[in-house]
Ligand binder design. Sequence first.
Ligand code: ZN
Length: 243
Amino acid sequence: MRIAILSDIHGNRHALEAVLGDAHREDVDEAWCLGDLVGYGADPNACVRLAREHCAICLAGNHDLVVCGTMPMDDFSRNAAVAARWTQDEMDLENIEFLRRLAPDGIEGEIGLFHASPRDPIWEYVLSSALAERCLDVQEQRVALIGHTHVALSFARDAGSAVDGQTRHGGDAVSMASGEWLVNPGSVGQPRDGDPRAAWLLLDTEAWTASWRRVEYDIDAAGAAIVAAGLPSSLADRLQYGQ
Ligand code: ZN
């Protein structure tokens, strides 16, 4: 099966529509979302509606759990909290209730799914090989998909060897036919790895390959919507730089 792996959409409708269009052109069978559908961006309802329509699997991220009231806002930065409160006011009850039904982790066949990490599916930022090693030690599935850091990454370990961590760019592809893997598609709606284009991952579970994709979208329009909504302008600015 060819699966589009999406994560960290963050209310960015323009980015999500571009990614869904790219995934459609790649003729994927399904799309799975690793969470953070909302928070930061100006179109949370549209993003939740699109995810409900297009994603066979959807996890909850920390922002989703805060916005739907499952978790307190205490650990959020100022901008994240401002955006979360705005999102709570903006969202339709039906979409809030959809978020309430989501879990931050799941299993699909041989693949573990976690918003953040196998050790802590809600909060842990897996950005180093040292941390990835601890995650692989507890990971029950050979392959796990994670989001949360907004950085496209792969961590791989063959029996008896050290973890190989790589940042991943659009066009990178790997074979995952052997070894243990922890893979991050990067962020659809707020990339933080210096490439402002929307990120997603094409996973082929028959060939066991993963291909990182980047797609252009209308960053100016997404930023203008953030400013027009009265959200902090820094949330619009960072989209231009992918930081
Ligand atoms: Zn996120």
